[in-house]
Design a protein around this ligand. Structure first.
Ligand SMILES: NC(=O)c1ccc[n+]([C@@H]2O[C@H](COP(=O)([O-])OP(=O)(O)OC[C@H]3O[C@@H](n4cnc5c(N)ncnc54)[C@H](O)[C@@H]3O)[C@@H](O)[C@H]2O)c1
Ligand SMILES: O=C(O)CC[C@@H](O)C(=O)O
Length: 481
């Protein structure tokens, strides 16, 4: 909280955000802390945030902020890129950014206070953690994967979750191409030997990749991008996916995983972490792979049964492997990757022709910068105007912006259980007002309603908020004005 906040009272807004109001601006309508309202035109007009008053005739999108920006507390973990940090700081939010993830107990302590949390792949936002996040309205996953968040619990508690669905796909695809060549030429081993002073010029079992078959499991953003790159390098591409997907170039979809495994020289996994993909490559699948073939996994650590991989490499069935992801990963840089984390870590490290990387598939300047901007923007849009476009666990809902000349308008957001009769009740509450526009959509059991109401006074805003809050279907109510 900024220093100015020290001398002025803190009250609760209609959105449950702790907020400071200067005595001169607040208009107290009752002694209840939840009943302190002020003229939104005076307090929240853009001129209050940016100094220069806007002309009444300007019709720019109105900035909806029923809170003082610095009262929005944001915790960013795992070294979120500066692009994202800056975007959020530029809004005036209070941003704390840490370089690594936090152990669960520390995370629980920190998450209690924040309205927004930004994470990458390491931070587990389980029900246990989210239960303590009493003020949290939104999670930003500054990555592709969202398996680290209990999406259902979040949705059922009105917490939106955003990610960046493809900003690092190219980076992963390029890493995999590098690994295909490195494994085919045993580059890791030759490099390690020479680092230790040993000259070992070998051509046995070293291959060109031209003419070899790449088998891609999961032909989504990364798999399909990789397909194009691999063909450009002279490889034949086959892929297996649960969906029937259009082949790029001359790639060919095969009907079963088995068909892919027994034709591919290189097998690479690009599926999400799901119950169905857990240990998708295990003892049986290694048996189905070609003699002397290679395995790459840059998806999620649970997809490959690592003890089975160790056996398959020891008995020579698999000639090499590259792993970027593991069932348990260290919390931050400098931490150790040992048996205390994964019981087989030392066995894995002792294998020949295995490339082990610390989950860097998406770790390029380009990808991280783009992710920072994309997820940062989504968070600002959600906090300031309730737009859920791109949310992975709530219906995607958008309304065109309120304009700056619509000063007495408010945006009502009502996240609720998707049960019969809710809209009738909501419209009874909104019915006495002029609802300019309204939209509602649901995703499973959770529905998201947005309505823009015109000519409402601060007292009426309060009444609308309290009436919606009292409905049994309520998950979360926000009123932006
Ligand atoms: N190593 C890294 O740094 C890194 C970076 C980005 C993404 N990832 C991981 O890679 C995964 C894939 O990323 P993406 O962007 O290509 O995802 P995507 O959603 O675009 O594609 C995944 C594909 O897998 C398919 N699929 C799902 N279940 C399947 C199954 N059981 N069998 C076969 N196919 C199945 C889907 O139909 C889809 O086409 C992500 O979920 C993420 O976990 C890792
Ligand atoms: O940057 C990360 O931690 C995760 C990268 C990748 O696994 C993703 O899901 O995008």
């Amino acid at each position: 909280m900024g220093s100015a906040a020290k001398d002025i009272p803190t009250v609760k807004t209609v959105n449950g955000l702790a907020r400071t109001l200067s005595n001169s601006l607040s208009v107290t309508t009752s002694t209840s802390p939840t009943a302190t309202y002020s003229n939104p035109n005076t307090l929240h007009s853009p001129s209050n945030f940016f100094g220069a008053p806007l002309s009444r005739t300007t019709t720019r999108p109105k900035i909806l902020k029923p809170f003082i920006a610095e009262d929005i507390k944001i915790l960013l973990l795992e070294n979120v890129n500066q692009s994202g940090q800056q975007l959020l700081r530029d809004q005036g939010y209070h941003v704390e950014a840490l370089k690594s993830s936090l152990p669960e107990a520390e995370l629980i302590e920190k998450i209690k206070d924040v309205h927004v949390i930004g994470i990458r792949s390491k931070t587990k936002l389980s029900e246990n953690v989210l239960r303590e996040a009493k003020h949290l309205i939104v999670v930003g996953c500054f990555c592709i994967g969202t398996n680290q968040v209990d999406l259902e619990y979040a949705a059922n508690h009105g917490i939106a979750v955003f990610n960046s669905p493809f900003a690092n796909s190219r980076s992963v695809a390029e890493l995999v191409i590098a690994e295909v060549i490195s494994l085919a030429r045993q580059l890791g081993d030759r490099s390690n030997e020479l680092h230790k002073g040993t000259w070992n010029k070998v051509s046995a079992k070293c291959w060109e990749i031209r003419g070899k078959t790449l088998g891609i499991i999961g032909y989504g953003h990364i798999g399909s991008q990789l397909s194009v790159l691999a063909e450009a390098m002279g490889m034949s591409v086959i892929y297996y996916d649960v969906l029937n997907l259009m082949a790029l170039g001359t790639a060919r979809q095969v009907p079963t995983l088995h068909a892919l495994l027994n034709q591919a020289d290189f097998v690479t996994c690009h599926v999400p972490e799901l119950p169905e993909t857990k240990n998708m490559i295990s003892v049986t699948q290694f048996e189905q792979m070609k003699e002397g073939s290679y395995l790459i996994n840059a998806s999620r650590g649970t997809v490959v049964d690592i003890p089975a991989l160790i056996n398959a490499m020891r008995n020579g069935k698999i000639a090499g492997a590259a792993l970027d992801v593991y069932p348990s990963e260290p919390g931050g840089n400098g931490d150790y990757f040992t048996n205390s984390l994964n019981a087989w870590a030392e066995d894995l490290r002792s294998l020949k022709n295995i490339i082990l990387t610390p989950h860097i598939g998406g770790s390029t300047e380009e990808a991280q910068r783009a992710i920072g901007v994309e997820v940062g923007d989504a968070l600002v849009r959600y906090v300031n105007s309730g737009v859920t476009l791109g949310a992975v666990n709530l219906p995607e809902v958008n309304l065109r912006s309120l304009m700056s000349d619509e000063q007495n308008h408010a945006r009502v957001i009502y996240i609720h259980h998707n049960v019969p009769g809710v809209l009738r009740k909501v419209n009874e509450i909104l019915g006495d007002h002029n609802v300019d526009k309204q939209i509602t959509d649901n995703k499973g059991d959770v529905a998201y309603l947005m309505a823009d109401v015109s000519d409402v006074s601060p007292t009426e805003i309060k009444e609308i908020f309290e009436s919606l809050e009292a409905l049994p279907s309520r998950i979360m109510t926000r009123v932006l004005y």
